[in-house]
Design a protein. Structure first.
Lengths: 116, 112
């Protein structure tokens, strides 16, 4: 059974650029959620994907978008990067979502994004 | 709106001490509660998941309890070790869809 993997592990981008982060969910899981964690803070929910559709969104602007693929892997895209987007981006996979009760969430190692 | 709070924000204890980390949530209508460990700059490692119908879960030296009526969960760590030094986060599932609401975390330091 493979765990949750994220790529890349570190990334440096310039303000105004666009970035794509990737996540492979754990085997058997059909739901992927993305979180942003600023230094010294708890993770904040960005959005969740279940069966390739967005299934809930936190308080993030539309320039944060995502995709989920048929194999349940996922991408997080951020356009027009701002300095405040610098954070650790975490991906979590679970089984459930939609109307089903979600099981335990497992997280990847995160992508550290620095915007300069 | 569900809010999760963890107290204290930081804790330093000598090796061997038993300790309790606290987590409180404002809305008792949660489905599950999960405790995580996070090492500096790393992802989250799941420690324990307590389902809404349960009152506690145990794994090795860790025991987590859940009291929905009072909006509280505690993580008990027995015989602490320097390797337990990390940030501990609790997170509530406010609905069955699996979105997590996190506390700010408790940074634990266990001194040899």
């Amino acid at each position: 059974e493979t765990g949750v993997t994220q790529s890349p592990t570190h990334l440096i981008k310039t303000r105004g650029q666009q970035v794509t982060l990737r996540c492979s969910s754990q085997s058997g899981h059909n739901t992927v959620s993305w979180y942003q964690q600023a230094l010294g803070q708890g993770p904040q929910f960005i959005f969740q994907y279940y069966r390739e559709e967005e299934n809930g969104r936190g308080n993030f602007p539309p320039r944060f978008s995502g995709l989920q693929f048929p194999n349940y892997s996922s991408e997080l895209n951020v356009n027009a990067l701002e300095l405040d987007d610098s954070a650790l981006y975490l991906c979590a996979s679970s089984f459930g979502g939609g109307r089903a009760r979600a099981t335990e969430a497992f997280f990847g190692q995160g992508t550290r994004l620095t915007v300069v | 709106k569900q809010e999760v709070t963890q107290i204290p924000a930081a804790l330093s204890v000598p090796e061997g001490e038993n300790l309790v980390l606290n987590c409180s949530f404002t809305d008792s209508a949660i489905y599950n509660l999960q405790w995580f460990r996070q090492d500096p700059g790393k992802g989250l490692t799941s420690l324990l998941l307590i389902q809404s119908s349960q009152r506690e879960q145990t794994s090795g030296r860790l025991n987590a309890s859940l009291d929905k009526s009072s909006g509280r969960s505690t993580l008990y760590i027995a015989a602490s070790q320097p390797g337990d030094s990390a940030t501990y986060l609790c997170a509530a599932f406010p609905d069955q869809g699996g979105k997590l609401i996190f506390g700010q975390g408790t940074e634990l330091s266990v001194k040899p």
